[in-house]
Design a protein around this ligand. Sequence first.
Ligand code: ATP
Length: 306
Amino acid sequence: LIQLFMPLNILGFAYREIRQGLTDTEAMFTLLGEKQEVADRPGAPDLAPGPGALAFEEVRFAYRPDRPILKGVTFHVPPGRTLAIVGPTGAGKSTISRLLFRFYDVTGGRILIDGQPIEGVTQRSLRAAIGVVPQDTVLFNDTIRYNIAYGRPGATEEEVVRAARLAQVHDFVMRLPEGYRTMVGERGLKLSGGEKQRVAIARTILKDPRILILDEATSALDTRTEQEIQAALREVSADRTTLVIAHRLSTVVEADEIIVLQEGRIAERGTHAALIAAGGLYAEMWRRQSEAVAMAEAAAAAQAAA
Ligand code: ATP
């Protein structure tokens, strides 16, 4: 999404005015002019309850017929497990989450949640079953309580506080001038990227979705923020089927399986340790990223010393 937002950023003020009213991914897609191409089938049932098994079977997809993006992608995520998707920029990682949300229909293969093909169920029930922690959270111009409770309208005070605690944002809120009643967003208190992300995590904990998508931030965060976010992410993804769309590699190490997408296909798959040992594409990405992190840390240390 960050890619899609970049050009809009230059519209500056007007864009921010529109954007601040939108937190929900669906609304963002509408704003970005992505056609809503899918519709519920007549009489489609809701997604039946289940433990959250996710399957992509030979999934093929193209935004335009002449340019295939996914060329037969197969993976299974058992309930409660974590799959991380890595790969070069433009490889199709975010496309996988868009297809899971059914912003587009696949052009071949199937996507199933608990054995039910997603194109056969209502979009409302599908989207209720999936939670997203986006890389860039947008807050409403309202109280911090409202922003967290948005995950489950009607949540009690206790539920909001519990979610905030799990997301490691409660202590921060208690230090705000008016606690949970503090106004945030563009016209209220501005939160840092890391604080906003923890609000998004609290929101998702309240929503309690069967399947979680973590759209990992593109930009590096400082080490402390990173650790706080990692702890919060561990809470929200514990025992929940999780898909990590990894633009960096920091959250993938603990994933049950990592797939490396390249040119629309799965080029490598395995655990972090196995992929490092294999010495292929993933090992190379990891080496380059570790170097970049070390350089950034050295530069920051030099600046702090100066
Ligand atoms: P990054 O790590 O840079 O975010 P990604 O792997 O998530 O990349 P995707 O966003 O899935 O990549 O995009 C895959 C390809 O599809 C890219 O080449 C992109 O330009 C193209 N693409 C994405 N959205 C659209 C769209 N709405 N219409 C046409 N092409 C698109």
